[in-house]
Design a protein around this ligand. Structure first.
Ligand code: IPM
Ligand code: MG
Length: 360
């Protein structure tokens, strides 16, 4: 019998809808070639949900998310200048942070794939970024820390945010990080601020304990301030980087510039049962609806969904390979188009088409 996977498709706002459409195209091709069946149910989240339900993460979407095998998420949020309008006010907090909490998404994978053909777009010098493909994988804890502690404003002149971590959650991230490092280049760097923060001391303690179970992994703990310096000076010294929530937010933005465009970064977030897959970039309202966005981040997220939620590794490999192929052939959306000979500028939907054609 054909395996059927139920996917909650939550495109959200801005470019979400158009890039999700490309991912679905690619996934539909995989169904045919690899013999599984995907059942998509469309749901509303973010500003799109607000328009209909006056709620950024309505009950209907919660039920859909809970009852799916995986979630393919677009992006949420509105134009900066409209952030105080009701539809957009606290939109990210009420939708993406809320769904992270709702599904207890605690492990977040943010791979930054560096393609040798795109290093012109990397702001680092050629001597530093080099001319070979490589990837840095940021693993970010996503469910605790200062994001989810108590926030208070007792008076106009005082504000407090508290950060909390428990051993069990850190251990889960640490085990995942060590296993991942072991299956890759056997290098793991854990980021903290253990010279100051108590939560960081616990983080470091748990990682150091876990390190004893993985003697083949070259493990280091590194302070966040040193980490940002090292990442700019010599990013290639890193392979897998594990971070608590806030540091992971910052570090993954830093690594996101290495591939040359945010449009190249997919991500996966693992919960207790349902996992969520989303591009790392935002909703880019300024280019929404113009068919010019780069859909690769969304398509890479779809490939991660096939790999991690459904264990359809051959299909995931085929998507990743198709992306490498189209880049090598020279297809470029505007964000990665340099005008060099051999490049062909394509729209969002054309990029979806050529990737689809290159599968199989
Ligand atoms: C991210 C984003 C979110 C975060 C925002 C939108 C709340 O920056 O996913 O990295 O800080 O986690
Ligand atoms: Mg961020």
């Amino acid at each position: 019998m054909t395996k059927t996977y139920k996917i909650a498709l939550l495109p959200g706002d801005g470019i979400g809808e158009e890039v999700c459409e490309q991912a679905v195209k690619v996934l539909n091709k995989c169904e045919k070639l690899f013999g599984f069946s995907l059942q998509f149910t469309h749901g509303l989240i973010g500003g799109a949900a607000w328009s209909k339900h006056k709620n950024h993460f309505p009950k209907e979407t919660q039920d859909l998310a809970k009852n799916s095998d995986a979630i393919l998420f677009g992006s949420v949020g509105g134009p900066v200048e409209a952030q105080f309008e009701q539809q957009w006010n606290n939109c990210e907090k009420n939708s993406i942070l809320a769904i992270r909490k709702f599904l207890n998404l605690s492990i977040n994978l943010r791979p930054a794939p560096i393609f040798s053909q795109l290093t012109d777009f990397c702001p680092l010098k050629k001597e530093i970024i080099g001319n070979e493909d490589f990837e840095i994988l940021v693993i970010r804890e996503l469910s605790q820390g200062i994001y989810f502690g108590e926030h208070s404003r007792p008076s106009p002149n005082e504000a407090t945010d508290t950060s909390q971590y428990d051993r069990k959650t850190i251990k889960k991230v640490a085990q995942f990080a060590f296993k991942t490092a072991q299956s890759r280049n056997k290098k793991l760097s854990s980021v903290d601020k253990a010279n100051v923060l108590e939560t960081s001391r616990l983080w470091r303690e748990v990682f150091e304990e876990e390190a004893k179970n993985y003697p083949k992994v070259n493990f280091e703990s590194i302070y966040i301030d040193n980490m940002v310096t090292q990442l700019v000076k010599n990013p290639k010294q890193f392979d897998v980087i594990a971070c608590p929530n806030l540091f992971g937010d910052i570090i993954s933005d830093l690594t996101s510039v290495l591939p040359g465009s945010l449009g190249m970064l997919g991500s996966a977030s693992f919960g207790d049962s349902v996992h969520l897959y989303e591009p790392s970039g935002g909703s880019a309202p300024d280019i929404a609806g113009k068919d010019i966005a780069n859909p690769i981040a969304q398509i890479l997220s779809a490939s991660m969904m096939l790999r991690f939620s459904f264990k359809e590794h051959s299909a995931a490999d085929a998507i990743d390979q198709a992306i490498r192929n189209v880049i090598k052939i020279g297809y470029r959306t505007g964000d990665i188009f340099s005008g060099k000979a051999g490049e062909q500028k394509v729209s969002c939907s054309e990029m979806g088409d050529v990737i689809t054609e290159n599968i199989g």
